[in-house]
Design a protein around this ligand. Structure first.
Ligand code: FES
Ligand SMILES: [Fe+2]
Length: 382
């Protein structure tokens, strides 16, 4: 409903087929996984027009700790200020636009490497050499550009556009549906960032569907997952599907004896399976009965993305004497399954590239979250 003129009208018609009833719904047109014009529209209509998931909030613990990162080509800084609040700034100097910080680290102030303009952790311009001589220069007009941040259930959300929308409306019943897992009390014990040579949506698709398990993970995790339940009818812009597991889905089949305790107060059936949730557009997680694992993806190009992975446990689990040893098996499960998924994704991207063939259809039970995303995506772009 916003300017669609960059997307070819025939392609738009095919995107609209993702809004059909689920038994007739088409998967996303293949162009959505490689076309630059699509990526441009996604940046405008998905990443700059609503709240975006930035992962878990329990990071950058001391004032001045920062992470510099790129989101849809825009350079950003996430930093903890002197009052211990997290702030999100454009990583762009207000003088002549140089990039201010790289990587991650700790700083007392944000100082530009080009001509030395220096900002406090709260984003105020504090020093600009020779500029005090100019009566027409106002330091208070040159603070860093700041974006809104909010926390929900231990997850961080940012709004990068000009007119922040209502996050509560966007998430609907998200907090209520996930209440049994006490998500806001979990502690992140491992975090990784890496690049994958596939479209950002493809990574989220594969994480959210059961359909590939016996082909891609036949000996690692497939036998742990029972057929999932019918997905939830949510009121927010997210999809969620629960399924029972034999043992825990958070460990490899042959390492089930390393299982850590279940979360306190988690009733059946939640204590017997895993919930897979996709918060549109770009954050997803699985909530098993003793851990959650979270991924955020952001596009680098149409055919490659950056992925951030986090794994979190209840605080009392992390304090167990054997946590360090047993958690290794959890990290190994994530990495082994991820390696298998990445091979499948790289192969899928090769098949998708430059293909304009008519898209397929979904298995409505086994690819339910992916089908719900496709419907939502079409509602934003077509
Ligand atoms: S561009 Fe940053 S001080 Fe000049
Ligand atoms: Fe997988």
């Amino acid at each position: 409903m916003i300017e669609n003129n960059v997307i070819d009208s025939k392609l738009l018609e095919r995107i609209k087929c993702c809004q059909l009833p689920v038994d007739k719904r088409k998967s996303l047109p293949f162009e959505c996984y490689w076309e630059d014009s699509i990526l441009l529209q996604e940046q405008k209509q998905l990443f700059s027009n609503q709240w975006i998931g930035l992962g878990r909030i329990d990071r950058l613990e001391t004032p001045g700790e920062f992470e510099a990162f790129e989101l849809c080509g825009q350079q950003l800084i996430l930093i903890r200020d002197q009052n211990e609040s997290l702030r999100l700034y454009a990583n762009t100097c207000r003088h002549r636009g140089a990039k201010l910080l790289d990587g991650s680290g700790q700083c007392q102030a944000i100082s530009c490497p080009f001509h030395g303009w220096t900002y406090s952790l709260s984003g105020d311009l504090k020093y600009a050499k020779k500029m005090s001589d100019n009566p027409n220069f106002d330091f208070s007009e040159h603070s860093l550009i700041e974006y809104k941040l909010k926390e929900v259930k231990g997850f961080l959300f940012a709004f990068l556009g000009d007119k922040p929308t209502n996050l509560d409306s966007q998430l609907g019943d998200f907090a209520e549906l996930h209440h049994p897992w006490s998500l806001d009390e979990l502690v992140t014990t491992k975090r990784e960032t890496f690049e994958v040579k596939c479209n950002w949506k493809a990574f989220l698709d594969v994480f959210n569907e059961y359909y590939h398990l016996n082909n891609v993970h036949p000996t690692s995790i497939d036998n742990l997952y029972n057929e999932p339940e019918v997905a939830e009818k949510t009121t927010g812009e997210y999809a969620s599907q629960f399924g029972l597991t034999s043992g825990t889905g958070a460990l490899l089949e042959d390492q089930q004896s390393d299982a850590l305790p279940k979360m306190d107060n988690l009733d059946t059936p939640w204590s017997l399976g895993a919930r897979y949730t996709w918060v549109f557009p770009n954050m997803t997680f699985a909530a098993s009965h003793e851990a959650i694992w979270v991924y955020e993806t952001t596009p680098i190009t149409a055919g490659s993305c950056q992925v951030r992975q986090s794994i979190c446990f209840p605080k009392n689990t992390t304090e167990l004497p054997d946590f360090k040893e047993k958690s290794q098996a959890y990290y190994q499960r994530l990495n082994d399954a991820l390696d298998e998924d990445i091979s499948a994704l790289v192969n899928q991207q090769k098949g998708l590239n430059k293909s304009t063939s008519i898209q397929g259809q979904f298995s409505s039970l086994m690819e339910s979250n992916v089908a719900t995303f496709a419907n939502w995506y079409a509602s934003k772009l077509a």
